[in-house]
Design a protein around this ligand. Structure first.
Ligand code: SAM
Length: 240
């Protein structure tokens, strides 16, 4: 049996709740997926878990779904932010997709000194990648993606209770060194060109920043993001 279509909606979900569909959602469900009145799909909204909803109205430009039963609990990721310097467009999309699958509560693209200005990020496109990743991987939570911010600016207003796993390529070959500190965390991944000496000195001086090695080889930024998320989830996250 084909698996049920899963759709993220920014709308409350609950027994008997009617959910109106916008034009894009109607096109996807009724034009692309060829669903019709009476069909049942799964809805998520990052708040109320996963719900079965039946198609009540199906139109070219709109429609209405009726929530019936909750089929899954909300599964929130740990309080972990992924802070990363954008790289080439399709690889940046890969990073945010893996952050959804591996578990991140917030995604913050940063402009560091060596970030290629060509890697302009579109927050709306990255957010859409997160929605798609959650729909496809069975997730019930979609992390918000921030607008691009300068790394200096982000660090200047850093919440001091949040630890920072600073993946520093200069630590290459050293023991990983991720301190087992409880509480909220963030992972920082640099761009293709790495961190500048000035950035590295500033980061090493921050009490909440912990320079971490990701092994004896230089990883591509997208590989490093996956490796760091995996390492953190295993040591401090919800992988037990
Ligand atoms: N251009 C840099 C160089 O050759 O040293 C490499 C930068 S690497 C492509 C992009 C980012 O991935 C780095 O800024 C760092 O955050 C992370 N990274 C890659 N390999 C790493 C390692 N072995 N240890 C820690 N971080 C690493």
């Amino acid at each position: 049996m084909a698996s049920k279509v899963r759709l993220y909606v920014d709308h409350p979900l609950g027994v008997g709740q009617s959910v109106p569909l916008n034009r894009d959602q109607a096109h996807y469900l009724f034009g692309v997926m060829r669903l019709a009145v009476g069909d049942v799909i799964s809805l998520i909204n990052s708040r109320d878990g996963e719900w079965d909803a039946m198609v009540e109205k199906a139109g070219n430009k709109n429609g209405v779904l009726l929530c019936q039963t909750r089929t899954g609990e909300l599964q929130l990721p740990p309080d972990l932010w992924l802070v990363f310097a954008p790289i080439r467009r399709e690889r940046t999309a890969f990073i945010v997709e893996k952050a959804v699958e591996l578990g991140a509560a917030r995604i913050i693209p940063v402009q560091s000194e060596f970030t290629q200005t060509a890697n302009r990020v579109r927050q709306d496109k990255l957010q859409a990648h997160c929605v798609e990743a959650a729909e496809q991987c069975g997730g019930t939570f979609v992390p918000p993606v921030d607008d691009l911010i300068k790394l200096d600016g982000l660090l200047a207003h850093w919440p001091t209770d949040r630890q920072l796993m600073f993946c520093d390529e200069a630590e290459i070959g050293a023991p990983v060194g991720l301190p087992e500190l409880p509480g909220p965390w963030a992972i920082l991944i640099g761009p293709e060109g790495g961190f500048s000496p000035n950035e590295r000195a500033k980061l090493h001086a921050l009490p909440f920043a912990h320079a971490v090695s990701l092994g004896p080889r230089i990883l591509r930024a997208d590989t490093a993001a996956v490796a760091a998320l995996t390492l953190w989830q295993h040591h401090l996250g919800d992988w037990g």
